[in-house]
Each structure stands twice: as structure tokens, then as C-alpha cells.
Design a protein around this ligand. Structure first.
Ligand SMILES: *[C@@H]1O[C@H](CO)[C@@H](O)[C@H](O)[C@H]1NC(C)=O
Ligand SMILES: *[C@@H]1O[C@H](CO)[C@@H](O)[C@H](O)[C@H]1NC(C)=O
Ligand SMILES: *[C@@H]1O[C@H](CO)[C@@H](O)[C@H](O)[C@H]1NC(C)=O
Ligand SMILES: *[C@@H]1O[C@H](CO)[C@@H](O)[C@H](O)[C@H]1NC(C)=O
Ligand SMILES: *[C@@H]1O[C@H](CO)[C@@H](O)[C@H](O)[C@H]1NC(C)=O
Length: 462
């Protein structure tokens, strides 16, 4: 019966009633979606980048769609000629590209992860070119047979969760497609990375820097110089500031009847996976995050779903994986769209980052800043609350390289407008029409997510 249900719904999705972008907006309101398995949530990918043509715009976890010439549409009033407007600036925020897992099984992995096809470089270099320049050293991860812990972990040449070759290649293609659109067509991105008009930022994680290296190569294939990637000190980084009240809100969200129902309806699946994968530890039991992370990394990078450690034939099935991924989608939607106190949770998670972006957009609009293209390399934990703050109607787990583009359009007759794309399509928002919204109105609405006094609010017990 279940198999019939999946086939039936997938058939309907492929039919005329569903546009590719509908795949971003399944109905995730009830925890029961996990067992109903009413849409295809299984990621697909390969070791090397597999996209050979532009995306059709559908949700694709391993390599999310992004603005590109093939799928890009101008805002409706510009397209139909009722307004003459020019694209003036773009603020772009993306999750890093695909990678290995953060979480491997507590009692080890049978899968041999191989990262020998990439070199994570890290070295210090003096700004003064007259001083000696460093050796270009890179990390070569290896497992030593005499290390008694090797077997219990994984005989792997990866430093989890390092970027994979497929992630890097996807980044280069991502950048090249942004260049074709925002440089060749709209002249927003300049021919070289001029610090007057372009600006880059990343989190302090190696992953986001690794991603930037690929994407920026796609933007400027011939530039041989270095490019600064702005970062804030990690103790006070506005993309992930410490906040006790935010943590208390998360604990509260995981104590509600809805959350308990979510764990209850998925408990038989959990028991099955625990006995097969020996994942019966507290970290793996609190939510569906670790299973999603582990399975996503496999499927996106050319590995199979896992089997029992010592029994090759006892493996996770596609149907079980679909439930795991639906559970992951449900959790993201719950955290950033549906839970009680979601506005405050977003304020205390991403409010300071939103403040940074509102400041940039305001300064560009009033001529204080000459920047035309800003690109930030961040995480799913940033994209998700930001999508929530932009009023997204439903939020699936923001896949690899998922992205938000805020475009500023300038029109002599009707003033400055914003347009917000989520992974290439205009975001479907509870907060209004994000295809064409007066900039003042947009900034005013978004600013509701900036805390008045972050430090005091974080110190206030729930
Ligand atoms: C979503 O699903 C819930 C529960 O299954 C249902 O009550 C609700 O009407 C659905 N919403 C939409 C927009 O279809
Ligand atoms: C163009 O699109 C806008 C926004 O959808 C609409 O309000 C307007 O009437 C349209 N104009 C024409 C000429 O179709
Ligand atoms: C790890 O894998 C490599 C390559 O397959 C193999 O040569 C080596 O013997 C393995 N080491 C251990 C400790 O299993
Ligand atoms: C929501 O906020 C109220 C008031 O601050 C608090 O009493 C309640 O426990 C919170 N509930 C959740 C689920 O966050
Ligand atoms: C997992 O461990 C808990 C507590 O240690 C135990 O109650 C439960 O039965 C175990 N489940 C499985 C599937 O081993």
C-alpha cells in the first residue's frame, strides 16, 4: 500500500499540475508526513559534479538551483513593460557546496571515504610581498594501521566534514552561471574583483572558505590575484552569536506536544536504524539531524545508503531513507516556520546578520556605498532562519549551495524596489509579494527581525 502511495504521488508531481518550484513547498504542517512519505525527498548526486545542463529550478538537495540565465525571470512589472527599471545591486548569500558528513556512526563506518582527489591548503602568508613567501602546504589525511582507533572510526582520507571534489566542481559551475547572468547580462559583477564594487564574507569554517574558492574561480576564471574573504572574530560573529535565551527557546520547542508527536510517529523507524547501525546514543536520538547529515553526504557524493557494520546484506532501504529525509524537512519547517515564538527565535539566531544586510542595502540605496555585488558563504543554519525571516511559506532543509538573492531594482518613475529569490525562484512569502516590493517597505518589514537590545534579550531567562 505504501509503495502504491509513493508511486501515485510522484506520478502526480511529474504531471502538469506541478511546476518544478512546487517541489520547494510540500505540505509539512503535520508530523504525520513522515510516515505518509507523500513526496520524493531522496537526494541524488555523484562523486563528481553531475549537472550537465542548467537546473529546471526544482529542489535538488545535493546542488540547489540558483539564479542562472536559463531559468531567470525579471520581476513581473519589468517583464511586462509596465515599469522601466534597472538592476542596481545584488546581495547574495549561499550555503557551502556539498561535502562529507559531520556525523559518522558512533561505532564506525564500513564505507571507506576517499578524499584524495582534493587538497585542502592552509598556510600563512605575509601581506608584505618583499618578505619570504610560504611553502604551499596542504593537509593529507590518512589512517594509520597501528592506530587502534582506526577500525572503530573509518579508514578514511577525509577530515570530516571536508569539502568533496564534487562540491568544489559544483562551486566553479555555480560561479560561472552567476557570472553569465549578473556579469554578462546585467553588468552587476565587474570584470575583475574590484574592492570598490564587490565584497565577500564567509563564516570562519574551512568549508565556507573552500566553497568560496570554487565559486569565485567560476566568477573570474582568469584572475590570478588573491581575494579577501571578510570574517568576523568567531567569538562575536554575527552569523552565530552566543545567546542563552535562543538555546532555551530551542529546548522549549523540543518539549512541545507537536515535537513529541514527531518523535513518536518516527520511533519504529528509529529502532530499526539503531539496531542496524548501532546509533543508539543520546546525540543520535534527540532529532533526525545526524541521520540526515550522514545519509545526505553519502548520496550526494557517490556512496550508497549504509549497511549494518558486519552484515553487508542488511542495508537501509530507499523507502526508509525517504522517511529520514522527510523527517529532516519537517524539522526545518518546524524550527523556522511553524514553531511557537518563531519570530523571537529568528531574531536571536540571525537578527544581527539581518542587521548587517539591512545596513548594506540601505547604504547602497542612499549612495553611501558603491558596492554592487555582495556574496556571503554560510551554512544551512544561516539560510534557514533567513528564509524564515523572509516569510517563506514552507521550508525544506536548505540543500547544498541553497541561496538567497536580494536584488535592488531602480526605476525613475517608481523608485527603488527589492526582489527576493530563494534558490533561483521568487520566494513564496507570507510577508508579501517578494517579486516586486518597494525597498522601504521591504527593509521595514525585515527589520522586525533585528533585536532592539540583543545582549539584554539573550540574558533574559525564558
Ligand atoms: C496540510 O496538511 C494538513 C494535515 O494533513 C491539513 O490539515 C491542511 O489542510 C493541509 N494544508 C494545505 C494547504 O493543503
Ligand atoms: C504587469 O504586472 C504587474 C504586476 O503583476 C501588474 O500589476 C500590471 O497590471 C501588469 N501590466 C501589464 C501591462 O500587463
Ligand atoms: C585503509 O585503506 C587502505 C586503502 O584501501 C588500505 O591500503 C589500508 O590497508 C587500510 N587500512 C586499514 C587500517 O584498514
Ligand atoms: C514562548 O514564549 C513564551 C513567553 O516568552 C514562553 O512562556 C513559552 O514557554 C515559549 N514557548 C515556546 C515553545 O518557545
Ligand atoms: C537503546 O538504548 C536505550 C537506553 O540505553 C535502551 O532503552 C533501548 O532499548 C536501546 N534501543 C535499541 C534499539 O537498542
Amino acid at each position: 500500500m505504501k509503495v502504491y502511495g509513493v508511486v501515485f504521488v510522484l506520478g502526480a508531481l511529474a504531471g502538469t499540475c506541478a511546476s518544478p518550484e512546487n517541489s520547494f513547498y510540500p505540505n509539512l504542517s503535520s508530523p504525520d508526513v513522515i510516515t505518509a512519505a507523500h513526496y520524493d525527498a531522496v537526494p541524488r548526486g555523484a562523486a563528481h559534479e553531475t549537472r550537465t545542463s542548467a537546473s529546471d529550478g526544482a529542489y535538488a538537495y545535493c546542488s540547489m538551483p540558483h539564479p542562472s540565465v536559463d531559468m531567470y525571470k525579471e520581476p513581473e512589472p519589468v517583464r511586462n513593460g509596465s515599469v522601466h527599471a534597472e538592476l542596481k545591486a545584488v546581495l547574495y548569500m549561499q550555503r557551502h557546496q556539498k561535502r562529507t558528513a559531520y556525523h559518522i556512526f558512533p561505532h564506525g563506518e564500513a564505507t571507506l571515504y576517499n578524499c584524495d582527489d582534493g587538497r585542502p591548503y592552509l598556510y600563512y602568508s605575509p601581506s608584505d610581498k618583499k618578505l619570504p613567501q610560504p611553502m604551499h602546504v596542504y593537509a593529507q589525511t590518512y589512517a594509520d594501521a597501528t592506530n587502534p582507533l582506526t577500525q572503530s572510526l573509518a579508514n578514511s582520507s577525509c577530515q570530516f566534514p571536508q569539502m568533496t571534489i564534487g562540491g568544489y566542481l559544483d562551486g566553479v559551475q555555480h560561479g560561472a552561471e552567476l557570472r553569465a547572468l549578473y556579469q554578462d547580462k546585467y553588468n552587476i559583477i565587474p570584470g575583475w574583483p574590484s574592492p570598490r564594487t564587490v565584497w565577500f564574507r564567509s563564516s570562519t569554517a574551512a568549508l565556507t572558505q573552500d566553497s568560496a574558492g570554487g565559486v569565485l574561480r567560476g566568477l573570474w576564471p582568469h584572475w590570478r590575484g588573491a581575494i579577501p574573504l571578510h570574517q568576523q572574530s568567531e567569538f562575536i560573529d554575527t552569523h552565530a552569536p552566543p545567546c542563552d535565551r535562543r538555546d532555551a527557546l530551542l529546548d522549549a520547542a523540543k518539549s512541545t506536544a507537536t515535537w513529541k508527536k514527531h518523535l513518536r510517529v518516527s520511533s519504529s523507524l528509529r529502532s530499526k536504524l539503531e539496531s542496524m547501525l548501532l546509533t543508539n546514543t543520546s546525540e543520535w536520538r534527540v532529532d533526525w539531524d545526524h541521520y540526515n547529515d550522514n545519509f545526505q553526504a553519502r548520496l550526494c557524493n557517490g556512496y550508497a545508503l549504509p549497511c549494518a557494520l558486519h552484515k553487508d546484506k542488511d542495508c537501509v532501504t530507499t523507502e526508509e531513507a525517504n522517511q529520514v529525509f522527510t523527517a529532516g524537512d519537517w524539522e526545518y519547517n518546524y524550527y523556522w516556520v511553524d514553531r511557537d515564538n518563531v519570530t523571537e527565535a529568528i531574531q536571536l539566531t540571525s537578527g544581527l546578520l539581518i542587521q548587517d544586510m539591512v545596513t548594506h542595502l540601505t547604504e547602497i540605496a542612499n549612495g553611501k556605498s558603491a558596492l554592487r555585488y555582495l556574496h556571503m558563504f554560510m551554512h544551512d543554519g544561516d539560510i534557514a532562519p533567513l528564509a524564515g525571516s523572509l516569510g517563506i511559506e514552507t521550508l525544506r532543509w536548505p540543500g547544498m549551495a541553497s541561496n538567497i538573492a536580494i536584488e535592488l531594482w531602480e526605476s525613475k518613475s517608481s523608485g527603488m524596489h527589492a526582489r527576493v529569490l530563494y534558490s533561483g525562484n521568487t520566494i513564496r512569502s507570507k510577508h508579501g509579494n517578494m517579486d516586486w516590493i518597494p525597498l522601504d517597505k521591504f527593509l521595514h518589514g525585515w527589520s522586525r527581525y533585528i533585536p532592539h537590545d540583543f545582549v539584554a534579550q539573550c540574558a533574559t531567562p525564558l
